[in-house]
Design a protein around this ligand. Sequence first.
Ligand SMILES: [Fe+2]
Length: 163
Amino acid sequence: MSAAMHPDYLETLLLYYEEEIEGEAYFAELAGAFDDQAHRDKLTLLARVERHAAEAVTPLIARHGLTPRDTAALVASGQAEARATAADWPALLAEMTESYPGYLRDFRALEAMGPPADRARLSFLSAHEVAALAFLAREATDPDQSAAPLRDYIATAPDTLVG
Ligand SMILES: [Fe+2]
């Protein structure tokens, strides 16, 4: 293990990776619960953002020889969480606005725990939460354009970012 790696790094990286897989399933399932097509589309984009974030750190999972929990179990967990969530758009946005700044702090902390070779991809993982927060901020003022930060994130490849 590199001296530059925090002792909790690998466990935390694996947990956050698994949470993105669950998150993709959560948003995909939740999209089906909403009647408004614009809301469904935004939740589907959030699911794609979660997948893109997970794919960005997949090489790190492989490099460190980590074994995620079974994908089917992660998907089932995300879907169950979605089914326990009310299809109430303002309530969902309020909950996300409340919790996402803390998630971003957690992702930034993970960046600081990782070895230098991992930092570009960890930064890209953090950037998905920045994109989600930008979506939430725009949703309050300009909902027709709020999906732009999500589309921009999905359109960016991790290797083009400098960590
Ligand atoms: Fe996420």
